[in-house]
Each structure stands twice: as C-alpha cells, then as structure tokens.
Design a binder for this molecule. Structure first.
Ligand SMILES: [Zn+2]
Length: 130
C-alpha cells in the first residue's frame, strides 16, 4: 500500500518534471522568437537612421547650415571617401587593370586610350619602385 503510494508519487513527480521541461522549452522557443521580432524592429530602425544620415549628408554636400557636430561627422565621411579612392588605386596597381571612366571597360593600366570608346585615360603612375 505504502509502496504503491510512493510509486504513484514518483511517477506523478516525473510526469510533472517532464511537463515542466516541455513548458520551459516552449517558453524558450517563444521568447527566442519574440527576441527575433525585436531584432527585426531594431534592424528596421537602423535602416531609418542610415536613411536620415544620408538626407543630412546630402544637405551637407548642398552647403546647408548644420550644427558643428553634424558637420564634423559629414567631414569624416569625406575622409573615408578619400581612403576608399586610395585603396581603389592600390587595387588598380595590384590587378594592373583600370576601368575606363567613360564606358567602364577594363583595360591594362598602361593603356592611354580606351580600346572600346577611345577616351584618353588619366595617367596612373606605374609603381615599380616597390
Ligand atoms: Zn571607354
């Protein structure tokens, strides 16, 4: 009698634990899915921040009156554009290929006239000293 009672208590406790595990696991799945929704909303917010930044940057380019803080940030973008140009020149030197500024065709950096459209190319210094 007592043994049967204990056994029934144990099985009840096991089935309660199992049910708790299922409940916890469902809870985790739901929380993780809701966290995913939050992260999607955050991504959408960040895209809007970037869009706002581009509007402000365009007004900087168009010489609008801006606060000093915003002007400094816009000037930092210009510095990064300069860095990008320098890196692109390095790529040209590594690949020894340049793009025609007129038609976009690739050609060897030593060619002075585009073989496709005939436009004269900006002379890029050959860096053989390295
Ligand atoms: Zn061309």
């Amino acid at each position: 009698m007592d043994l049967k009672n204990n056994f029934s208590k144990i099985t009840k406790s096991i089935s309660e634990s199992a049910s708790n595990v299922v409940q916890k696991s469902n809870e985790l799945i739901e929380v993780s899915s809701l966290n995913g929704e939050i992260s999607n909303e955050e991504k959408k917010k960040n895209m809007i921040y970037i869009a706002i930044g581009k509007v402000v940057y365009n007004s900087f380019i168009n010489k609008a009156e801006l606060s000093e803080e915003i002007r400094h940030k816009c000037e930092a973008i210009l510095e990064h554009d300069e860095q990008i140009k320098i890196i692109m020149d390095k790529i040209i030197n590594v690949k020894r290929v340049k793009k025609c500024p007129n038609c976009g065709v690739d050609m060897n950096i030593s060619i002075n006239f585009c073989p496709d459209c005939g436009v004269m190319q900006k002379l890029i210094e050959d860096d053989n000293t390295l």
